[in-house]
Design a protein around this ligand. Structure first.
Ligand code: ADP
Length: 485
């Protein structure tokens, strides 16, 4: 992989702790492989729980001096980090595609998206305003200040190896917290490359550490049980989120959770069908269906059902499956064999319960972890895909009669992250947007992610928000000072 990069030194196999690049004391490593080709890209330091605790100690020491700096000072460093990420966008993208599999164009987009949080929250660092409240008694004055929570620890998944980290570390550092990240062991190289650039940008030693480890549950326990950690931020499945929340309860730790989704994508009779097809393709097949905001259930009103299915089939059959590093690839491989098993499981369940295969349905000729983009018609609420996130290139089309019915079906889930619908009637647009029990609603668009908006879920999709001016709140505590004069 190094030979493809302008800056081969961005590829690191050691963890980044307290400003030092360290191997595990016992020499243990875990392999990072390319999901398109199966070759090993690097053998990365596999830290023990004791070494994770050390990273936390260092972060604890570094936090107060970092918080004591001015917001403007922290902003300058974050701005430099942003500039470096954009300067090395191509290298970071190549590295990401190599370890994660997504097409290079998507990796470039993700690097820019991740970097945008660093830029945004750097700017917000200067605007952590408090408030003054008229006193409740003639001799009382009340001031509210907002202070960093302390050491924050993060655990992130493999589907967005850069952006899921950037969305957390940027507001944390802007607020004056220090941060220890444990990246997914399938994709730690992007995180380590970000650390190389953070160091160059002038992030002080210990303020940002990347603690690589294959022992996810051990790391999770250390993060939750170590009294020096005051804040846990996690992106991943609802299942693991619940485990972490339970563990964090003993210390009453503040938690941000970006968990699973089961996004409905609704096409009404009055929708612009070509736009809806284009939106569905972007929303369902981006990152090969491996995003928590990907459409999982596509509901189409009866009057346009057959026409939408026909046009979607044509669009899906144009998607090119291949190695993400080759230009022109639309869909890369899935991340690991179990991801294919889940797609097959949801597909078989749907077909067993009466769905009809419209296109795809098989492993791709390329073999390995490649799967054909797949569409079925005749999906029903009782099917697995109606209740579980597929996280793969499988698009089931459900039919519905009217607004009331589709809102009930769309909300019939424990999840509440992203939702989408296509319609033109103004009153319908307003009513449906308000009725969907989701943290995010895309209206006539399949792409909703941006650093300027508050991303997050309701119900069992999570706690807290990332991005926008609200995103920094998750790393701040309020304190009111009541003075008697
Ligand atoms: P995904 O489907 O994205 O892999 P997971 O919730 O399984 O979702 O994983 C998200 C992240 O959480 C990964 O980095 C994984 O290694 C980590 N993880 C998995 N189990 C645990 C656990 N028990 N405690 C802490 N982290 C965990």
């Amino acid at each position: 992989i190094k030979s493809l990069l302008r800056r081969p030194d961005l590829v690191r196999d050691r963890a980044f702790l307290g400003g030092k690049w360290v191997a595990a004391k016992d020499g243990k490593t875990f392999d990072v492989t390319n999901p398109a080709r199966g070759d090993v890209l690097a053998s990365v330091a596999d830290l023990s729980r004791a070494e994770i605790a050390q990273a936390i100690d260092i972060a604890h020491e570094a936090q107060k001096p970092w918080a004591a700096r001015t917001g403007k000072d922290r902003a300058k460093i974050l701005r430099r980090w942003y500039d470096l990420m954009m300067e090395h966008q191509e290298d970071l993208a190549i590295l990401m595609t190599a370890e994660q599999g997504k097409p290079l164009a998507e990796s470039r987009g993700e690097v820019a998206y991740g970097a945008s949080f660093v830029e945004w929250f750097g700017e917000e660092a200067k605007r952590v305003y408090g408030e003054t409240i008229p006193g409740h008694m003639p001799d009382k004055r009340i001031t509210v200040i907002r202070q960093p929570i302390g050491v924050a620890a993060g655990i992130t998944p493999w589907n967005f190896p850069n952006a899921m980290i950037a969305r957390k570390v940027a507001p944390a550092l802007a607020a004056g917290c220090s941060f220890v990240i444990r990246p997914a062991s399938l994709t730690p190289l992007s995180a380590l490359a970000m650390a190389v650039l953070a160091e160059e940008a002038g992030v002080p030693e210990g303020v940002f550490s990347v603690a690589t480890s294959s022992a996810a549950s051990e790391v999770g326990k250390e993060f939750c049980e170590n009294p020096k950690v005051r804040k846990l931020t996690f992106t991943g499945s609802t299942e693991v989120g619940r485990i972490l929340l339970r563990q964090a309860a003993d210390q009453v730790m503040k938690c941000s959770m970006e968990l699973g989704g089961n996004a409905p994508f609704i096409v009404f009779d009055d929708a612009d069908l070509d736009a809806a097809v284009e939106g569905a393709i972007q929303c369902k097949f981006r990152n090969n269906g491996q995003t928590c905001v990907c459409a999982n259930r596509i509901y189409v009103q009866k009057g346009v059902y057959d026409e939408f299915a026909k046009r979607l089939k044509v669009a899906v059959e144009k998607l090119r499956v291949g190695d993400g590093l080759s230009e022109g690839t639309d869909l890369g491989p899935l991340i690991e064999p179990s991801a294919i098993d889940k797609v097959r499981d949801h597909l078989k369940d749907a077909l067993d319960h009466g769905a009809t295969l419209l296109t795809g349905g098989e492993a791709h000729d390329l073999g390995g972890q490649f799967f054909q983009p797949t569409v079925v018609t005749g999906a029903k609420q009782g099917m697995k895909v109606a209740h579980e996130e597929t996280f793969g290139p499988f698009a089931p089309l459900f039919a519905f009669e009217d607004e009331a019915e589709v809102i009930e079906m769309a909300n019939d889930t424990i999840f509440g992250l992203a939702s989408y619908f296509y319609a033109k009637d103004l009153s319908r647009v307003t009513k449906v947007a308000e009725a969907l029990e989701y943290g995010i609603v895309g209206v006539n668009t399949g792409i909703i992610s941006t650093e300027v908006a508050p991303f997050g879920g309701v119900k069992q999709s999570g706690l807290g928000r990332e991005g926008s001016r609200h995103g920094i709140d998750d790393y701040l505590e309020m304190k009111y000072i009541c003075s008697s004069i």
